[in-house]
Design a protein around this ligand. Structure first.
Ligand SMILES: NC(=O)c1ccc[n+]([C@@H]2O[C@H](COP(=O)([O-])OP(=O)(O)OC[C@H]3O[C@@H](n4cnc5c(N)ncnc54)[C@H](O)[C@@H]3O)[C@@H](O)[C@H]2O)c1
Length: 443
């Protein structure tokens, strides 16, 4: 038997360590979305038998049929792992009786009031608690406010009289996956992990190091929770600054993109962030508000977050004003104009439309009386308020529209065609950087 975890002697520790080292530990992933499926696949590829648990029956069926629904995960990988009995999925939480580890990767959205919505974590933990048993290792990976693991998850797992750090192990490990990023994926993004006790951290480190390239242990679950919020708040605030720069440059008729490119030549002390039509996705527009909600309880106003949130939230309005002004300049009122939106995903080359600014921009344009169409190679349909809109052919819309608006700069879009066909193009992403055509209006 190999050495026990520092300071702890006990059969459940040794047994779990051994199972992890020999890859006979049975791994469970709760929530098989953009985060959970890639993680499940990595552990399957490392040699573990992995079971995904999700409420969404269609996803479960697809995994069991060897089909991937996440663009970053090749179907061939899901197929070969399913065929080798290294990956399966279920909607039935009772499988937890047979599992040794669980990674919780469920959504953490905001309520309408911008308060954290913990209902997914709570409901997943309630189910886990029913089948929880000694010797388990549990990770929360969902982005959340500092204190969640200790205040919300721990009491639910300890309710059966089990003791953390002795009978079971509990960690927080923030997920840092960046959908659509070809260079950095689950395996080679360093994994931060903080346990409730030092023994938990060591067990967590041992687990992740079986499948991921770099593990970064930190001293507590709270530190690990805060790491993720610092990373995403850093991005959100710097994007807010870039957006404010764009608004200021717009007033002064300066090309903000050229300014940022030139500033980026400074070899130290500057990191470029870019303006855009507004924040999107399940992380950057949401996560900082988990932090500001928590700090408010401690009597601290998170002023940078609130301010950047305000500026970023103005960007769809700024873009719509820009479109209206551009149309006015060519003698067309926005009311009754046909505006074609190129790309509605929240960022390039992904199929995710959650929180996408395109939805706000389309709604605002419709409120001003425009006739709006869209095309997106990744998104067949969207819901704007009560209406469902379908992606339509880009080329034929460009030929008849009054204005094309580039909201998402997918690589596969033919930008030369956009500029040569549409009479007017508003570019919110600098997709037309090297094109000086007179019909282009830039953010
Ligand atoms: N998407 C990203 O780029 C990204 C990056 C880093 C961190 N995160 C964080 O990771 C977490 C998950 O995000 P995601 O993008 O994978 O979400 P997602 O919506 O793609 O996937 C979540 C999955 O959890 C399932 N689910 C919901 N409640 C459940 C329950 N009670 N039991 C079992 N399954 C349940 C859903 O059906 C869904 O398949 C969030 O906290 C998010 O902030 C996301």
């Amino acid at each position: 038997m190999s050495a026990t975890i520092t300071g702890l002697v006990g059969s459940s520790v040794e047994v779990l360590q051994e199972k992890i080292r020999t890859k006979t530990a049975r791994v469970g992933v709760v929530g098989l979305g953009y985060v959970g499926l890639p993680l499940a696949v990595e552990f399957g590829k490392a040699g573990f038998a992995v079971t995904g648990i999700d409420l969404h029956e269609a996803k479960v069926n697809q995994v069991n049929a060897g089909v991937s629904y996440i663009p970053d995960v090749p179907t061939e990988e899901v197929h070969s792992l399913a065929a080798a009995n290294k990956l399966a999925a279920t909607t039935d939480f009772s499988i937890i009786k047979d599992l040794d580890t669980i990674n919780i990767c469920v959504p953490t959205p905001l309520r309408k009031t911008k308060d954290p919505d913990m209902s997914y974590i709570v409901s997943a933990c309630q189910e886990i608690a029913k089948y929880f048993h000694p010797g388990m290792l549990v990770f929360l990976e969902s982005t959340t406010y500092p204190g969640t693991t200790e205040e919300v998850v721990l009491p639910m797992l300890e309710q059966n009289g089990l003791k953390v750090g002795e009978d079971f192990f509990l960690c927080f490990s923030p997920e840092r996956v960046d959908p659509g990023n070809a260079s950095f994926q689950t395996r080679n993004i360093p994994k931060v992990v903080g346990g409730h006790t030092p023994a938990c951290t060591e067990m967590g480190k041992l687990f992740y190091s079986q499948a991921l390239e770099t593990v970064v242990p930190v001293s507590s679950t709270q530190v690990a929770e805060m790491v993720k919020l610092l990373e995403n708040t850093f991005r959100m605030i710097n994007i807010g600054l870039a957006n404010e720069m764009a608004i200021m440059c717009g007033r002064m008729d300066i090309n903000v993109w050229e300014v940022i490119d030139a500033a980026s030549t400074k070899p130290f002390g500057f990191m470029p962030f870019y303006p855009g039509p507004g924040l999107g996705g399940h992380c950057i527009p949401i996560d900082p508000f988990y932090l500001s909600w928590k700090t408010k309880q401690a009597g601290i106003e998170a002023r940078f977050i609130e301010l950047a949130g305000y500026i970023n939230g103005q960007m769809p309005h700024f873009v719509v004003d820009k479109i209206q002004n551009a149309l006015n300049d060519v003698g067309k009122p926005v009311k009754g104009s046909h505006i074609h939106i190129c790309g509605v995903a929240y960022k390039r080359d992904i199929d995710d439309v959650r929180e996408s600014p395109a939805l706000d921009i389309i709604h605002l344009l419709q409120k001003r009386g425009a006739n709006v169409t869209f095309s997106d190679p990744y998104i067949p349909k969207i819901r704007v308020e009560e209406d469902v809109m379908h992606s339509s052919d880009m080329a034929s819309n460009l030929a008849v529209c009054d204005c094309a608006v580039i909201i998402t700069d997918h690589k596969s879009t033919d930008y030369a065609q956009v500029v040569s066909t549409a009479p007017l193009v508003v570019d919110t992403r600098n997709a037309l950087k090297n094109n000086n055509s007179a019909n282009i209006v830039r953010l």
